[in-house]
Design a protein around this ligand. Sequence first.
Ligand code: SF4
Length: 718
Amino acid sequence: MIETKKSFCRFCHVFCGIEVDVDTERQQVLEVRGDPDNPYSRGYTCIKGRAVPEEINHPDRLRSCKKRIGDGWTDISTDQALSEIAEKLLAIRERHGARSIAVYAAGGAGFSAGGMPLTKTWLNAVGSPSFYTAFTIDCPSYVVAANWLFGTVCTPLGMYAGVFDVDNAEVGMFIGTNPITSHGLGLGGPFPGKRLRDARSHGMKLIVVDPRRTEMARSADLHLQVKPGEDATLLAGLVNVIIERKLYDREYVEQYVSGLEALAAAVKDFDLDYVARRTRVPADQVAQAAVMFATAKTGAARQGSGLTMSRHQNLNTYLVYVLNALCGRIDRKGGAVTNPGVFSRPRPADAPPVQVPLFAEGGARMRGLHGLFTGPGYVEMPTATLSDEILEPGDGQIRALVVHGGNPVAAFPDQEKTVRALKALDLLVVVDPFMSTTAQFAHYVIAPKHFLERPDATTLLDASLPIPFGQYTPAVVRGPEGLLEEWELGWELAKRMGLPLNFPGISMERKPSSDDVIKALSGRGRVSLEEVRQYPSGHIFGELVVGAVLPHAIAHPDKKMAAGHPDALAELCEVRAEPVAEAGGYEAHETFSHRLIAMRMPEFYNSKGQSLATLHAKHAYNPAYMNPGDIERLGVHDGQLVVIDSGRGRIKAPVKASSDVMSGVVAIAHAWGTAPEHEGDVRQTGSPTGRLIPDDLLYDQLTGMPLMSALPVNVRAA
Ligand code: SF4
């Protein structure tokens, strides 16, 4: 019998509502399509979501855990694998101390309500601070910028400084983000194209800042095609025009913003001629963008990984926040406002600010770095140091790593070092439904249930979704016997290691059910789980909130947003003192010809989806997009292989001509390819850009995040 069930997609962070056709006798997923009754996604799915039946039924999907025996693998029951892993972990802790046990958690853990929280709680019980996530190689600048502006990362707006009330906006400025492809937080949520069209139809002006003429840039009123890595200069130029011409919101600034004079002094040398020379954006376009943005009555500037993975990433993000603060757009209708969340804890309107320091005491052994507080009591270590933490002998050396739903070989910088590090571990455990490029180096691979085989709730990013939406889903199909749900990893390891989990509502005496875990996670939420469960297609619980922040939630003593934070202004001075690079390098002596930027392809979510034939049929690899003039100068033709060389690493990639890419730029999707020793035809596997990125040079001095985009490279024919 065929039955249609309601659920939500967890292929990526957007959580679109879906209808799933299930053969109930065979317990097989037949088709996935958008759920028209879901008030948040209204029937939308993308190509990835519609490929979920192929993912769950894929012949290569692991239906049993694996244990390495010599150069091969043997099947092992989940129960036996966990017992052996627990025993080895106890021995490693005994011999090398708690810090020697580390976790790297990414989307696979994060897109399950209980996965990340329980795994982190287990690591706390182990007594190890060595918790690493994808966040710190992607966007730690959000935390730094929020701290600089608000004095804490924990305002009701969250670290992303609010969600964009696009329906009431007169202007939107999107910098280094292309939500039409990424569904990124810049616009956020399902139907990005339609949401943008709707906003445009009610008159919203659109400014896009990107080195590529992206899908979004094509429909913009103004597209500033900025040289990669020069965003801080451009943003300082925009701020300078707004201050010099007195276009800022004087009443709002007087009431809620401090540091205007210091900021004005720091940006005054970023005049239009200088900015144009350095960024390659014509001076009149810079001025026009500043005027268009500042003179609108409502709107917001939003950023994405183009800024947060680039040079001066903290300053970039901060200056975007400052643009919004100067123009009176934070905590205001049509601007950056608060999503009160559904599962998030309610906050009294006049509650005092939540003070959270930026960095934890102690921290990394490498490069003088520290763990970053991404929430109260929640510390994440700098992931770009993880390979060195494994390879560097001495007290605190990491000897065991649990990779929970991530793919370091594909995603980390300095790929060759990453592979060396993984091979040096005493124990590598990988939780992944497929034998990923990282799993190939593991001692144990734990096969998890597919997301349609477990209950779940939309707790991740709850208050960062574009609207206060919540949904619970039961499991849609049973799935293979004996596989683990993401949250079970932490509980089962704790049980076997004799450790208590400090997690309210979770007992070690009796194994909780998945629903117990979801209930425990949502217990203090604004809306009860029972109420959310009444809506099989999910529900919108209330509205975006204006006035939840200013001034009481600001943690600076003067209760004002700090537009002139001394650390940011000091970095601005450094930016102004840098040489104006004509080509790809940042220093005068460098001879790089291009800068390489990361981009997303609509069919893939980082390394996810690359093994699915439906998605692969569209794009079998990640081409290096270059301007046709650059390709001609290289003496190559479309489709030919080029060598991209950063000095640290070298990859081959098929080149693809695109007039959307500005001259001097190589645009290529990240998280493709294999480890060097497994490399074959890059037209089959893709090219690993992580191999090009040094993790110990050109990194941010505060967070340790390397230059994951805007990387100087040379390109030549292969
Ligand atoms: S955007 Fe696509 S992949 Fe992401 S949740 Fe929606 S349908 Fe799934």
